[in-house]
Write a protein that binds this ligand. Structure first.
Ligand code: ARG
Length: 260
C-alpha cells in the first residue's frame, strides 16, 4: 500500500516537473519571436514626435511612423521610450534603447559615440521671435536672450552667433518651454528647426521667424544606433527601399505637407 502511494507520488512529481519544463519552454519561445526593439525619442518635436495633450498619451509623428514601417519590414515591434533630448545618445551607449529617432542630426561629435543611418529628412535653423521683436536678422540679436534646446545642434548654432554678436544663451529641455518663454517675454528669441517652428506659427499668430543656415543638410535628421549595432545596416537598407518606392515621400506628405 505504502509503496503504491510512493510510486504514485513519484509519478505525479515527474509529471509536474515535465509540465513545468514544457511551459517555460513555450513562454521563452513566445517572448523570443515577439522581437521588440526599443526606440528612444524626445516627444516634444511635432510633427516628428509629440503627444497630443488632452487627447491621449500616445506618441505619434513622422519618426514614429518611419520607425514602425522599417521595424515591421524587419519583423520587429517597436516600444517607445520618451526622454529629454540631451539624454538620447547616452540611452544608446548604456543599452537602454536599440535606436533613436528624434529628428537627430548626424554630427561629427555624436558620431564619436553612436552610428547613424543615412539622412531621411533635411531642415534649416530658424530664429523665432514675436512679430514686434524687431529681430529681422542675426545682427538684431545683439544683447538679446536666445533660447535653445539643451544638447541640440541649435545650441551650437547659438554659440556660433555669439561669436559674431554677443547674445545671452539660455537652454531648456523641451521645445514647448522655449515657446512659452518667448510668450512670457523671458526670451527674445529661440533657434528652432524650420519644420517644427512652422507648426508653432499656426498656433502662435504673433510669432515670426527667419532662416539662418544656408546648407539644408546642416540640420538633417538620421536614425542613431549604438556603435557597431547590426541594426544600422538593416535599417539603412529598408530606408533606401522606402526612398526608392515612394513610401518615405508618402510619410513626408502626411506629416509635413507638400507635394507627393
Ligand atoms: N536636429 C536637432 C539636433 O539634432 C534638434 C533635434 C531635436 N529633437 C527633438 N526630438 N527634440 O540637435
Amino acid at each position: 500500500m505504502k509503496k503504491t502511494i510512493i510510486v504514485f507520488l513519484a509519478i505525479m512529481m515527474s509529471v509536474g516537473l515535465l509540465a513545468a519544463c514544457g511551459s517555460t519552454e513555450k513562454a521563452n519561445k513566445k517572448s523570443g519571436d515577439k522581437k521588440v526593439l526599443v526606440m528612444a525619442t524626445s516627444a516634444d518635436y511635432p510633427p516628428f514626435e509629440y503627444v497630443e495633450t488632452g487627447k491621449s498619451d500616445e506618441i505619434k509623428g513622422f519618426d514614429v511612423d518611419l520607425a514602425k514601417a522599417i521595424a515591421k519590414n524587419l519583423g520587429y515591434k517597436v516600444e517607445i521610450k520618451d526622454m529629454d533630448f540631451s539624454g538620447l545618445v547616452q540611452s544608446l551607449k548604456s543599452g537602454q534603447a536599440d535606436f533613436v529617432l528624434a529628428g537627430m542630426t548626424p554630427t561629427e561629435k555624436r558620431k564619436k559615440n553612436v552610428d547613424f543611418s543615412d539622412i531621411y529628412y533635411t531642415a534649416q535653423h530658424l530664429v523665432v521671435s514675436k512679430k514686434d521683436s524687431g529681430i529681422e536678422k542675426v545682427e538684431d540679436l545683439k544683447g538679446k536672450t536666445v533660447g535653445v534646446q539643451l544638447g541640440s545642434i541649435q545650441e551650437g548654432k547659438a554659440e556660433e552667433i555669439n561669436k559674431q554678436v554677443p547674445i545671452k544663451i539660455e537652454n531648456r529641455n523641451r521645445i514647448p518651454d522655449l515657446i512659452q518663454e518667448i510668450k512670457s517675454g523671458r526670451f527674445d528669441a529661440a533657434i528652432i528647426e524650420d519644420t517644427v517652428a512652422k507648426g508653432y506659427f499656426e498656433k502662435e499668430q504673433d510669432f515670426k521667424g527667419f532662416t539662418i543656415s544656408d546648407d539644408p543638410k546642416e540640420a538633417g535628421s538620421a536614425i542613431a544606433f549604438p556603435k557597431n549595432s547590426d541594426l544600422t545596416e538593416k535599417f539603412n537598407k529598408e530606408l533606401k527601399k522606402m526612398k526608392e518606392n515612394g513610401e518615405l515621400q508618402k510619410l513626408v506628405v502626411k506629416w509635413f505637407g507638400g507635394e507627393e
